[in-house]
Design a protein around this ligand. Structure first.
Ligand code: SF4
Length: 393
């Protein structure tokens, strides 16, 4: 049986930053002069190639997410050009949700006004900490005063929703200090909060410094305390933990991210972006763009050889094993959990039957629930997400 096609959203990656933060392993390059014109031209070309590739797809976009990198570094004219190019080629639903990621030091009041006028309704601000010493440790290019001013401007401009990104579990952080930071975050009344623990990723400067013993990570126990504290404190203010690190006032979950975590389809546009696409027969495909700015722009400058599709359009089938894995990995992060019928459709397997003994134990322990065709983690189970996934994958 072929299921109806999932919703379709679009992610556009802006791979530029002023400088690299020492913990960051995202695809972005530190640049002082941005090749805005060339990047815009490359993205425009990619959009028209992909439109031809997906010509038969009738789905309108339900959300557009412009992330990075630091999208707020772009001039307003470039940003408008990018949005126009998307909207000229893709139909969108009437209330299409358009989100932009911005960093406080490059989000001026004038730019915010321009973004709002272009139709960007959601702003996600990379504040990261409400503590000067922690901002300094993270080597963010903004100060606490700049962060507060940017939030003030976002409120003044009146985005339909704004999000604050915060990082916790930095060395030496205490529950008391974190409580104070969360209190400040809540007093700004953001519609959405993303709170991620600091991850020490291989290949980053932080990884090297940590290996050398320059500082000690907070450790699993403290991180677990801060995790629970975040959930409890934000729940007290009405922010619902709809995903393990994401909290929203009712009705303000991020549509693109929910689609991604729910194994929906998304166009991945721009350098290093990847996409997922279900064709009319139900087969699932993955697209993956070149990872560096130079290689992405060079590929887009190439013409297709006679009779061959453009090399950017190369796509790979997603096996049922990979699809099931991804559906679980993403789905269990959400409070609503994984849709069991979808898992069965992707893999041909009954998840609950396959892990009946384990799931039975977890149910008894109060860590998981199976209800309304979903397997979900409870509040007690959410801190065990990684070990539960390990057992199910
Ligand atoms: S601003 Fe964001 S994307 Fe850029 S280096 Fe820092 S963490 Fe990475």
């Amino acid at each position: 049986m072929i299921m109806p096609l999932p919703p379709l959203t679009l992610y556009l990656h802006i791979p530029f930053c002023r400088r690299k933060c020492p913990y960051c392993d995202f695809h972005s390059s530190a640049m002082t002069r941005l090749p805005e014109g060339q990047y815009l031209a490359a993205v425009q070309r990619e959009l028209s190639l992909r439109r031809r590739q997906w010509a038969d797809d009738p789905r309108p976009l339900s959300a557009i997410f412009i992330g990075g990198g630091t999208p707020s570094l772009l001039a307003s004219q470039t940003m408008a050009g990018l949005l126009e190019a998307i909207l000229a080629l893709w139909p969108v639903v009437a209330d299409c949700e358009i989100t932009l990621e911005a960093n406080p030091e490059s989000a001026s009041l004038a730019k915010m006004r321009d973004w709002r006028q272009m139709g960007i309704q959601r702003l996600s601000l990379g504040v990261q900490a409400f503590d000067a010493a922690r901002l300094h440790f993270l080597e963010r290019p903004h100060t606490l005063a700049t962060a507060r001013q940017a939030i003030h401007h976002a409120v003044q401009v009146g985005f339909a929703a704004f999000n604050l990104d915060l990082i916790y579990a930095t060395p030496g952080q205490t529950p008391e200090g974190w409580a104070g930071e969360l209190t400040e975050a809540m007093t700004w009344h953001p519609h959405h909060l993303s709170c991620y623990p600091l991850a020490i990723e291989p290949g980053t400067p932080f990884f090297g410094r940590h290996q050398k013993g320059d500082w000690l990570a907070v450790g699993e126990e403290v991180e677990a305390v801060l995790f629970q504290q975040t959930r409890a404190q934000l729940a007290g203010g009405g922010w619902v933990a709809y995903e393990t690190s994401n909290f929203a006032q009712p009705g303000f979950a991020c549509r693109h991210n929910v689609n991604y975590w729910s194994f929906g389809d998304y166009l991945g546009i721009g350098c290093a972006a990847h996409g997922k696409w279900t064709d009319a027969t139900g087969r699932i495909w993955r697209t993956r763009n070149p990872a560096t700015v130079e290689s992405y722009m060079a590929l887009l400058a190439r013409e297709a050889t006679d009779g061959e599709p453009h090399p950017l359009l190369h796509h790979q089938p997603v096996s049922s094993t990979e699809a099931g894995r991804e559906c679980l990995l993403m789905g269990l992060r959400q409070a609503v959990g994984v849709e069991l019928a979808l898992y069965q459709q992707l893999t041909g397997l009954d998840l609950v039957e396959r892990h009946a003994t384990r799931i039975g134990h977890w149910q008894e322990a109060g860590w998981v629930q199976v209800e309304r065709d979903r397997l979900r983690l409870t509040d007690q189970g959410m801190p065990l997400l990684d070990s539960i996934l390990l057992a199910l994958l």
